[in-house]
Design a protein around this ligand. Structure first.
Ligand SMILES: C[S@@+](CC[C@H](N)C(=O)[O-])C[C@H]1O[C@@H](n2cnc3c(N)ncnc32)[C@H](O)[C@@H]1O
Length: 297
């Protein structure tokens, strides 16, 4: 049976972001619209939403789910890192609340787009299927050295050099085209399990991050925050991986050090044990919040 996507830390998201009576909220990763729907329900009609996702299927599904609120929502099949250009085109000077819920949704995991390895599919893994190179081609293009480094640094994958060598070698002879090819290579180098996980789990996460250039996009977004968030505005980022969370932590800290920004939760927020027991996806989540102070406060 296909799983449904259960949004993570919704109570905390609402507490931090749904405290306004008017203005613009951005959901930069609208996904299955779980958070977006609750934000719209919790705020008055004067609060409007800009919903972004790179995945056209996520936008389609969100449009359906948010239909009762259609007058309050504008959808963009764009990356959240494009916010400055989108706001300029839409003649919106600044926004008041921003949410990013990084990573991928259960719906994507269940699709035939190569994100999961319990069923075979072409090795694609792109959030936007028209937006760049499928994972199989990314592996063909990336150097063995960079792939080995990223497997190690982003995924703490053991034997990362040997795995990179095998992935590249199979890719050169046209044997790295499907999820089954990828899983085979991981099994051969790493055995069936790594740290109690399927041995393909961490390499697949790294390949997905590289395929979608997720960290570069996050960096671009973090750098443009002072240009797009209004005074009194708040941004909340939910990450599931230390590579992402570390970037968010450093970027928020440097805003606070430069002045005019505060960080209400020094170590970020984590989901309750009760949430983790009901939703496995929540177990690695951490939410960081930055607040732009009012002018003159
Ligand atoms: C964890 S899901 C979001 C789930 C959503 N918060 C909900 O409650 O239904 C993450 C979403 O982010 C999207 N995504 C990933 N990178 C993106 C980017 N750079 N810009 C916009 N969307 C992105 C993915 O396509 C996916 O739909």
């Amino acid at each position: 049976m296909k799983g449904i996507h259960v949004s993570v830390m919704t109570d905390e998201v609402l507490e931090v972001l749904a405290d306004i009576r008017e203005g613009w909220v951005v959901d930069g990763t609208v996904g299955q619209a779980g958070h977006a729907l609750e934000i719209l329900r919790a705020t008055p009609p004067e609060v409007r939403l800009l919903a972004f996702d790179r995945d056209p299927q996520a936008i389609e599904e969100s449009e359906r789910k948010l239909a009762p609120f259609a007058k309050r929502v504008r959808f963009f099949q764009r990356g959240y890192e494009d916010l400055p250009e989108v706001l300029e085109q839409a003649e919106i000077k600044a926004v008041d609340r921003i949410l990013l819920d990084l990573g991928l949704s259960t719906t994507q995991l269940d699709s035939d787009r190569g994100f999961a390895f319990d069923h075979d599919a072409p090795l694609d893994m792109q959030f936007d299927p028209d937006g760049g190179l499928p994972a199989a081609r990314m592996i063909r293009r990336i150097s063995e050295k960079t792939l080995a480094r990223d497997l190690k640094e982003l995924g703490q994958v053991p034997a990362s050099r040997r795995l990179a060598r095998v992935l590249k070698e199979r890719s050169r002879r046209g044997a790295m085209e499907t999820v089954a090819d990828f899983v085979d290579a991981c099994r051969e180098v790493l055995g069936p399990r790594v740290r109690k996980m399927d041995s393909a789990t961490l390499p697949a996460m790294v390949v997905r991050i590289l395929t979608n250039r997720e960290l570069e996009r996050l960096d671009r977004f973090l750098a443009c925050l002072p240009d797009i968030l209004s005074p009194g505005g708040k941004v909340a980022v939910l990450s599931y991986h230390s590579g992402e969370d570390g970037r968010v932590k450093r970027a928020f800290r440097s805003l606070a050090v430069e002045g005019g920004w505060s960080l209400p939760y020094k170590k970020g927020l984590k989901p309750s044990m009760e949430e983790v027991s009901r939703n496995r996806r929540a177990r690695s989540a951490r939410m960081r919040v930055a607040v732009r102070e009012e002018v003159g406060s």
